[in-house]
Design a protein around this ligand. Structure first.
Ligand SMILES: [Fe+2]
Length: 134
């Protein structure tokens, strides 16, 4: 099920919260492109946009954690790298299987659900650390 952004996902750091919202928007965009038969080029484009956004967002988060000397930054960065690996597999699958409901469902399972859990868990930890320092 596609889930809308909700303020329950806020971690209390404005610039990161804005990026998480944008991440949700991009997930929705890929999902819709998969189901609206907009053509494989459009789906590929949305998949690439989402990947680039994820890379950009993770870099910003990692720099932010370092700025605040968060002790678990390496561990957290590993979670980001694992996500990007999985995402690459999903993109490759798209090249083989094409677009449609299967890809859309995989986007939900692999991207949206990961993001929600990651925000609720790993991101909240560093947010607590950062807020205790500022
Ligand atoms: Fe993160």
């Amino acid at each position: 099920m596609l889930i809308d952004w909700s303020d329950e996902y806020l971690i209390g750091i404005d610039k990161i919260d804005e990026q998480h919202k944008e991440f949700f928007t991009k997930v929705h965009r890929v999902y819709e492109a998969c189901l609206e038969s907009e053509g494989e080029n459009v789906v590929q484009e949305t998949l690439d946009f989402l990947k680039n956004y994820a890379i950009e967002h993770f870099r910003a988060e990692e720099a932010f954690m370092r700025e605040y000397e968060y002790p678990d930054v390496e561990e957290h960065s590993k979670l980001h790298a694992e996500f990007l690996d999985e995402y690459s597999k999903l993109s490759d699958e798209f090249s083989d299987l094409g677009t449609g409901q299967v890809l859309a469902d995989n986007i939900i399972d692999m991207v949206q659900n990961w993001l929600i859990e990651h925000i609720a868990d790993a991101d909240r930890y560093y947010a607590t650390h950062v807020k205790s320092r500022s």
